[in-house]
Design a protein around this ligand. Sequence first.
Ligand SMILES: [Zn+2]
Length: 354
Amino acid sequence: MKQSIYHTEDARWQAVETRDANADEQFVFGVITTGIFCRPSCRARHPLRQNVRFYQSADAAQAAGFRPCKRCQPDKAPLHQQRVERIRKACAVLDASEQSLTLDALAQEMAISPYHFHRLFKSVTGMTPKAWQTARRNQRLRDALTHGEAVTPALYQAGFGSGSSFYRDADAALGMTAKQFRSGGKQLSLRYAMVDCHVGRCLVAQSPRGICAVLLGDDDAELEAQLAGLFPLAKRRLAQDDFSDILEKVVACIRAPDTRLDLPLDFQGTLFQQQVWEALRAIPSGETISYQALAAKVGKPNAVRAVASACGANRLAIIVPCHRVLRRDGQLSGYRWGVARKAALLQHEAKKET
Ligand SMILES: [Zn+2]
């Protein structure tokens, strides 16, 4: 599809002039006066148009007698792959480190400017390096508490600093106090309400930390049962009028899925699940993605199954648009809230685009 854009010599030259990175895997160009060939996005100074020859691939340019540019390395793996590889390494460094690392230190380790590193990290993982470290630290805390460790040592071990923010950070990380977490969320209180939307009934629940569930169903009893299944130990209270503002915001977001919900969200999931959900939130309305592509997006191209189950574990219907994930052959495959509903959501979004 992309190829057709760079079909003509003029289009290719324009891509070179604008250093269009999208053109990078589509063709290379050789400069007859220097004998060197480059990727379209090469940062080196541009040659004169008359000295440029275009080639389909690095191999073709080399066969024609050109040498690869040292700067853009057009004979190496595609740029994107190199980047993903780098970020994967950075993630490993982050995961292995007990203390939190600064962006500068990490960037230096990866031999890349802090600015670029930040952007690259975000584009590959869907999270900032800081969010990644926080999520990892939070997971260590949850793991320790789940295994029955006492609260204070668990906090220290997970890398929470000491000081006044100590318990506050921990509460924010867990969405409840560490003590509540250890007791299985028994004292967590949720308020919720039901409302009509274009794909049936919808239940919205909020914890003290943010919106923690958006569920779809046919009737209220079924929705309440879904909520009870997700938060069996929490106190669940049907909200009164004071919830209508929140409900309205969520429904507006369901109706016009391009509106980003400006309410705090309470994601309760593993680091990996949170990564997948963040990546899902980056898929615009009207577009879809395959499980394979989503797995590649979170830097784990082989973890297709784990990605599919993270999609299945989503508790925030539509807000985290897991309905935009399709099988590679375009089949709808499963949906937590029914395939018919998935089809209706996608149809609604496709219409919006035209
Ligand atoms: Zn070059």
